[in-house]
Design a protein around this ligand. Structure first.
Ligand code: NI
Length: 183
């Protein structure tokens, strides 16, 4: 399988606003190639997660995970994962505000509330069902990536737009703590 780094769509492209279609065929070369392309693209961008719509593929597929990311040295490892046709179940009403970024919104960060404890179900590339409980940053990444499948970008989740800006300005003003973001 060839390495293939795809162009990541940026906010404003209407393809990021679609409700993506469920995957209906598993264990096939097209799906394997898509997942390979997504991991290649994610790695090239040093990101922690990517959704298929971000590379213009209208399918409910997300990938995420890393052992150690130099951009987010304090982030706990998240297992490298493929999640297809995901469903998120909220396990508690607890929400937490944290800074997020997105590869489709380059150079910016915003403070976004997310549920702290979730359970997600879906399928892997072979069609095997999976069910995982996730908390904190892991749960945040999954919520962020799954939002992409419903055409939602994190700026739409920001409650206070004074807490949104360019990463370098936020860093210069020491408003951006050394904590993980999601892109
Ligand atoms: Ni994103």
């Amino acid at each position: 399988m060839f390495m293939s780094v795809k162009t990541i769509l940026r906010m404003g492209d209407p393809r990021l606003l679609r409700i993506a279609r469920p995957v209906t065929e598993f264990n096939c070369a097209a799906l394997d190639q898509l997942i390979c392309d997504m991991f290649d693209t994610l790695q090239a961008a040093s990101g922690v997660g990517l959704a298929a719509p971000q590379i213009a593929i209208d399918q409910r597929v997300v990938v995420f995970g890393f052992d150690h990311n130099p951009r987010y040295p304090d982030a706990a490892a998240v297992p490298r994962s493929v999640l297809i046709n995901p469903v998120i179940e909220i396990l508690s009403a607890d929400r937490e505000d944290s800074w997020e970024g997105c590869l489709s919104v380059p150079g910016m960060r915003g403070l976004v509330p997310r549920y702290k404890h979730i359970r997600y179900t879906g399928f892997d590339a072979t069609g095997e069902p999976l069910a995982v409980a996730a908390s904190d940053f892991h749960a945040r990444v999954v919520q962020h990536e799954c939002d992409h499948l419903d055409g939602v970008l994190y700026p739409q989740r920001i409650r206070d737009f004074s807490q949104f800006g360019f990463s370098d300005e936020l860093l210069a003003a020491e408003r951006l703590p050394a904590q993980p973001c999601t892109d």
